[in-house]
Design a protein around this ligand. Structure first.
Ligand code: ZN
Length: 375
């Protein structure tokens, strides 16, 4: 889901990261506050004052989004769910979980914690606005306080919409899960609501666009598309988890992989294996002992004139936890390993012997077959 990410700082043991897209958003928010919002609510100030207000407003808003995600993360940690940290991106923030919540109660409390934090922060700022108006504070300060207060309340309301994967959708899923005892059915209900809501936003965006609100229209359109996509993804993930969890790797692997002898040249590898089988990765063997693997990427990196001189064994990667796995490991764990290491295949190894190969694409094909059969 994310492009390049930068770690900003660590807070209470969680890494706070920003996706590259987020820097663009912070600029956009500051710019629209400085040139649109603040001049609209508080007239007659110099541009540089508006820019200063915008900068402070955006910074405080950004801190309150972190507080929202932090609340999710702290509750999740209490229930023992491993958390990857907080990532800020185009549409706000996400507290990334490594695993599904263990119970409906855990999911409910975890989901509601973020909006509660936003409501409390929003309430505090709006309370401050009342106090500040009585005490005759400067209008610039009051404008910033009320902007942050209102935005936090809007954030809480938007996140509470019952559309998975928004917080409200998680609440909905937890409730259905609680009632039915079936997390998969609950995810389907919540994810359908997410898809529906995503479409509403997309249509809303198109209408706004036609009525001349270009920036708002594009914005709603993009958020809607994102919600739809995320809703479908989370349902796929549940099915995948159900399909793979508790089943060993050897049930899903190809037990007769094409292996390459280490002594042949790279030129022979290209002619007799790559052009013939079109795989992107080949295990490399010495007799029936696995010594590593070679990818088409590695071949591409080797200058062409060396193809007939170098042996496959010389350019092969050694076996490591990056590219190999034992046949008895849980298949879900294998998938997690692939996505963590960005590997499309894992060699399945028992002792030093190659017993199969596991491909991410084969797993996904299985997933789509299963969904096809069940729809
Ligand atoms: Zn949230």
């Amino acid at each position: 889901m994310f492009g390049r990410r930068f770690t900003l700082f660590r807070l209470m043991g969680f890494a706070v990261r920003a996706d590259a897209s987020w820097f663009l958003v912070i600029l956009l928010v500051t710019w629209s506050l400085a040139t649109g919002y603040f001049p609209g609510v508080y007239k007659g100030l110099a541009p540089r004052v508006y820019w200063l207000m915008a900068f402070i407003g955006a910074a405080v808003l950004f801190l309150s989004i972190i507080a929202h995600e932090l609340s999710h993360s702290v509750v999740a940690r209490r229930f023992g769910i491993p958390m990857k940290g907080i990532t800020l991106f185009v549409f706000g923030g996400v507290a990334e979980m490594d695993d599904e919540p263990p119970s409906p109660k855990a999911e409910l409390l975890m989901a509601i914690a973020g909006p509660i934090a936003s409501v409390i922060i929003g309430g505090m700022f709006l309370g401050l606005v009342t106090v500040a108006s009585k005490l005759d504070w400067r209008g610039e300060v009051i404008a910033i306080l009320s902007y942050v207060g209102l935005t936090n309340i809007i954030l809480a309301i938007f996140n509470l919409l019952p559309a998975f994967p928004l917080d409200g959708g998680r609440v909905l899923r937890a409730l259905v899960w609680w009632k039915s005892g079936n997390i998969r059915r609950a995810t389907r209900v919540a994810s359908n609501a997410g898809t529906g809501f995503g479409w509403v936003l997309v249509i809303f965006g198109i209408f706004a666009l036609f009525r001349g609100n270009v920036v708002g229209g594009i914005w709603w359109f993009l958020i809607g598309t994102f919600v739809r996509h995320a809703a479908a993804m989370s349902y796929h993930q549940i099915i995948l988890r159900e399909m793979l969890s508790g089943r060993p790797v050897h049930r899903f692997m190809n037990p007769t992989p094409v292996a390459v002898p280490r002594a042949i040249t790279v030129a022979e590898l290209v002619d007799e294996y790559i052009y013939r089988y079109h795989h992107s990765l080949f295990p490399v063997v010495d007799g029936d002992r696995l010594v590593g693997c070679v990818t088409t990427q590695q071949v591409k990196q080797l200058p062409r004139e060396e193809w007939s001189q170098q042996t496959v064994g010389a350019i092969a990667n050694a076996c490591s936890t990056d590219n190999s796995i034992s046949p008895n490991v849980d298949a879900m764990q294998a998938l997690a390993q692939m996505s963590r290491r960005k590997a499309s295949h894992l060699m399945v190894v028992e002792g030093e012997q190659l017993v199969g190969i596991l491909g991410a694409r084969d797993l996904l094909r299985l997933l789509s077959e299963k969904m096809e059969l069940e729809s």
